[in-house]
Design a protein around this ligand. Sequence first.
Ligand code: 3H9
Length: 706
Amino acid sequence: MTDPASAGAARARRQDDLLIVVVDHPPVNALSADVRRGLAEAIAQAGVDPQVRAVVLAGAGANFIAGADIREFGKPPRPPALPDVCNAIENCPKPVVAALHGAALGGGLEVAMAAHYRVALPDARLGLPEVNLGLLPGAGGTQRAPRLMGAAAALDLMLSGAPITAAGALASGLVDRVAEGGDALAAGLAYARELLDQGAGPRRSRDAQGLADKTAARAALAESGERAARARGLYSPLRIVEAVRAAVELPFDEGLATERSLFLQCLDSPQRAALVHAFFAERGTTRVPELKQARPRPLGRVGVVGGGTMGAGITVALLDAGLSAVMIEQDEAALARGLARVRDVYDQAVRKGRLSAAQREERMARHAGALDYAALADADLIIEAVFEDMEVKRAVFAELDRVARPGAVLATNTSYLDVDCIAQATSRPADVLGLHFFSPAHIMKLLEIVVGRATAADTVATGFELARRLRKIPVRAGVCDGFIGNRILAVHRQAADMMMQDGASPYEIDAAVRAFGYPMGPYQMTDMAGGDIGWATRKRRAATRDPAIRYVEIADRICERGWFGQKTGRGFYRYEAGSRQGRPDPEVLEIVDAERRRAGVTPRAFSEGEIQRRYLAAMINEAANVLEEGIADKPADVDAVFLHGYGFPRYRGGPLFYADTVGPARILEDIRAWRNEDPAFWKPSALLVRLAESGRDFASLNTAQP
Ligand code: 3H9
C-alpha cells in the first residue's frame, strides 16, 4: 500500500512498512531550505507513524545529494538548519537507510552519515569537499566521519576535498555495503527489508568506535595539523583539524558545538566568499550568446598540425578524452619527435601508476601521424599548433583551406596573434577560431576560445563542446594581442619590471607575489617557462612597442648571456644540476644595478605591500580595459582565466573579485597617484573610473549576462 505525501523537494511515500524519502531537486539535489524541510517532515512522520518500521533515503536523477545549497551561503539562514535535520535523522527511532549513487558530497554525505545504515552503488562518489569552498563540514561531518572511518581517513577526506569511490568507502567503513548496480532506491529497499528481517534497530554513527584508539587518532591529528599548516594561506584546513580534535577529545554533543562555531567562522571568512565566487565563475563561463544560437558541429576526428610541446600536449588531451587525433609534421624526423613526445607522456603516466599499459595502448591506437595534409581531409576539427609566426600560420591555414572538408572547424592555438588575419588566409573565415591552450595542454584547465570577426556561432559552439569533452574551462575571448590572459599578463609583468628597475630586487618581487598567495613569483615563472620565449616575443613586439612606455631591458641582458632559466641552469636564479629550486644570484643583482645606472635611476626601497598593490593594480586596470573593449564578456570570466591559467590564488577569487574586496575607488586612487611618476603606463581605465565614481563594483557587471 502506498501513501503518497509530497513535501517540497523531498518527497515521502509509504510502501508497505517502509517510508521512502526521495530528494528530487534538480540539477544536483542540493539541500535547499525546501529539501531540508521535506527531510525533517518525513523523519518526523516516520517517528510517529506506527505503520512505518524503517526509512529509506535516496536521491532522484544522477545523484544522491551534492551538498548544501551553495547559493544560500552569505544569505540570512532559513530553517530548518542542516545540523538539526541530521540530528533528527540520527535520532529517528526507526532504522534509516541511505541509498547512495552519483554524488554524495558535503552536506549530502553528512545526511548519509546521520542515517543508520548506508548502501552505495558502484558509481557513487563520496566526499567532503567543503574545504574547496573555504568551509568545513558543518552538519556533523567532522564528528561522524572520524567515528565511522577513523581520524586519519576522515581527515584525509576533509583536507583533500577529493571524493572516494564506493569501494573505497566500503573499505574505510564509511558505507556498509556496495550494491551490484542498478537502482539505488531498490538497493536501499532490499537492505532495509533485510535489516527488518534481522530485527536490526537504529545504529547511530555517534556511537561508532572509529576513535577508540586515541593514540592513533592523536597521531593522525598531529600529521594533519602539519599538512593543514602547509596549505598556503588557507583558512579552513586548520579549523577542520580543530573540529576533528574536538571529535577525538570531547563528547559527541560538545564536538558538534565546536564544529558549529568553527563552521560559522569559516562561513564569515572572506575566503569562503572568494572560493564560492570561483565555483560559480568557472561554471558561468559557458553562458555565451553563441551557445543559445547554435549547436556544435560533430567532433570525432581531430587533426593537430605541429608536434612540438603544445601540439603534443593538445594531442594527449584529445586522446585522453576519447577522441582520435592525427598529427601532421613537416618531415619524418619532426614527426617522429612529435609522436615520441605523446608516447613519453603516456610512458611516464604508466611508470607513475596513473595509467595501465593497456590504457596507454588503447589511447595510442587512436593516434596517427602523417606528413601529408591530405590525412586531414576527413577531420571534423583541425588545431594548428605551429611556430608563433603570422606568415607561417597563414601558410598552414591556406593549406588547411585546400584540404579540409566543408564544415570542418579550423582552429589556431596562437597565444597572441590576430585570429582575423589568420582566418583571412582561408576562403572560410566563419569556420575559423582560436583555441588557446595553456602549457602543459593536457594538464592546464584553461582554454581561451577566441572568437574572430567572422567566426560563426556553431564554430564557437564547437569550441565550447570540445572544452566540455576535454573537461577544460572554456572562456570566450575577443581578438587582441594576447587575448584575455596574456594581454593582462604583459601589463602587470611590465609593472614588475618597472619596480625592479626602480629598486625592488627580482627576489623581493617574487617573495611579495608569493606572499599574496601565488605559488611562484613572475621571475620564477620566467625561469620555469624559459626566458627565451618572452625574449622572442619582446623582439617581435619591438617595432610596434609604445615608445612612451618605459622599456626595461634587464631580462634582455640576462637572456643575452644565454641564461634562459631552469633549462640552462641560470636565469633570474641559479639552479644546481637537476634542481628546480633556484637560489638568488649576486651576478643578476649586478646586472640589475648596472641597468639602473644606465637608465639613470636612483633605486628606492619597495615594501611587500607596495609591490603587491602595484602588481595587482596594473592587472586590474588592464582587466578593466579588456572588459571595456569587449575582449572578455564579464568580470567573472577574467577571474576564471587567472585562476586556471596563471596561478592566481583561488582563495582570493580572481583579480576582479579581489578588486571588489579592495574597492575600485581605492585602486583608482592609487593609479591616479602613480600617474604623476609615469603617466604613459598608469592610465586609469575608463571602466574603472566609471565604477569608482558611481560607487559600483565589478560584480555588478556579472549579473548582466546573455
Ligand atoms: C556543504 O555541503 C556544507 C555543509 O557541510 C554544511 C552545511 C551546514 N549548490 O558542476 P556542475 C549547480 S558545502 C547549489 O556543472 P557536474 C552548479 O552551479 C557543499 N548549486 O555539474 C550548476 O548550475 P548551473 C559541498 C549547485 O555534473 C549545476 O548545479 N558540496 C551545487 O559537472 C550543475 O553543476 C560541493 O561542494 C550546490 N551544492 O558536477 C559539491 N552543486 O547549471 C559541489 C552544483 O546553473 N558540486 N550546483 O551552472 C559539484 O562538485 C558538482 O556540481 C557535482 C556535479 C560533482 C555535484
